[in-house]
Design a protein around this ligand. Structure first.
Ligand SMILES: NC(=O)c1ccc[n+]([C@@H]2O[C@H](COP(=O)([O-])OP(=O)(O)OC[C@H]3O[C@@H](n4cnc5c(N)ncnc54)[C@H](OP(=O)(O)O)[C@@H]3O)[C@@H](O)[C@H]2O)c1
Length: 329
């Protein structure tokens, strides 16, 4: 049966301005790092994209290497997009990235002009797109001159292959330098993509201030600490969960008694607020004015539904924020 997006898709979601740009992003975005690869069921991937769009998630985040195998998440997304979503391209913000190991030899990794431009061409081909909305440099490259990487991003925008550019995992000094250089080139840095959750606080120290002063937005990834900040692991490691799978970045050993003890206390706090821990963790990660969007992952459509339904309760009292710090820091 043909998919028709929900008529109410713009009723629940909030949209935030990305830094000082003209672009609005949904308060919650969906990433395709896991569960959209060639090894995953296409029907489930499609159901998650449809669910997300029905709930006002207009932004889908990819990278050249998402899979497995690398590249297959872009391929899956392209197949879904060119089905019943085809006529909604202008309602979508699609991003991809390059910066991690993608193909053999010296030109398939890091931050050279050669790699970034070739990689984006491959990504566009896999997704069947003429352009992406946002193209990121996925991680800083200590060897390539920053000017070269940023000039490649500037070229990519000028050539029409991306509308905006961003950076990921850059520290605050690298971010300030990149923002200033890109501005001089005439291609402002739209957005930064850092890791941020109750268990991962590095952006609080300096990065948020730099984002504010440079007028850059942010989209924070792994806000659920890859699923740990939910009720999922309270009674062990369920089959099919990320920690149960081989080759993920959430090894079983990361689910320690100490962590689960904290999660239990956070869960009690969330219940007291009348929401699930997943909902509270998302609201918490999105509470700074510099955070434009909170970038979740999912393995089922119901997870997306639960999280977006939590958007109505996103305010925190100072006591609640202090209690979260005491437990999680
Ligand atoms: N820029 C970068 O370097 C970088 C790095 C990593 C990720 N990212 C981006 O960030 C996105 C999100 O990262 P992430 O997947 O680690 O985010 P996350 O939201 O912290 O974790 C997602 C996982 O949490 C679990 N989950 C989600 N909703 C749930 C719910 N309502 N109840 C119970 N469990 C729930 C699911 O685990 P199960 O699979 O176990 O069900 C899901 O796969 C990625 O897709 C990618 O786009 C970027």
């Amino acid at each position: 049966m043909k998919y028709l997006p929900s008529d109410t898709r713009y009723n629940i979601m909030k949209y935030n301005r990305c830094g000082k740009s003209g672009l609005m992003l949904p308060a919650i975005s969906l990433g395709l790092w896991h569960n959209f690869g060639g090894i995953d069921a296409l029907e489930n991937a499609r159901a998650m994209i449809y669910k997300a769009f029905d709930m006002g998630i207009t932004h889908f985040d990819l990278a050249n290497n998402y899979g497995p195998p690398p590249g297959s998440a872009e391929h899956t997304f392209g197949r879904i997009l060119h089905g019943d979503l085809r006529s909604y391209r202008d309602e979508l913000i699609i991003s991809t990235k390059a910066g991690w190991d993608m193909w053999p030899g010296p030109y398939g990794n890091w931050g050279s002009r050669k790699y970034l431009i070739a990689s984006l061409d491959q990504s566009l081909h896999r997704m069947g797109l003429d352009y992406v909305d946002i193209f990121y440099h996925h991680r800083p490259d200590p060897e390539t001159p920053l000017e070269e990487t940023l000039a490649a991003l500037d070229y990519i925008v000028r050539s029409g292959k991306a509308l905006y550019v961003g950076i990921s995992q850059y520290n605050h000094e690298q971010t300030r330098n990149a923002a200033r250089m890109l501005r001089k080139m005439g291609t402002p840095c739209l957005i930064h993509q850092p890791k941020y959750s109750m268990f991962e606080r590095w952006i609080e120290k300096h990065l948020l201030d730099v984002l504010e002063s440079e007028g850059i937005g942010s989209i924070v990834f792994s806000p659920l600490a890859q699923g740990m900040l939910t009720n999922k692991y309270l009674d062990g490691i369920p089959n099919g969960s990320r920690a149960s799978k081989l080759g993920t970045y959430l090894p079983k050993e990361a689910i320690t008694e100490n962590k689960i003890g904290k999660v239990r206390q956070l869960q009690a706090l969330a219940e007291h607020r009348g929401q699930s821990l997943a909902q509270m963790a998302i609201a918490w990660a999105g509470r700074h004015k510099q955070v434009t969007s909170v970038l979740i992952g999912a393995s089922k459509p119901e997870q997306i539904e639960e999280i977006v339904n939590g958007i109505a309760k996103s305010d925190f009292t100072n006591d609640e924020l202090e209690a979260i710090d005491d437990i999680a820091k």
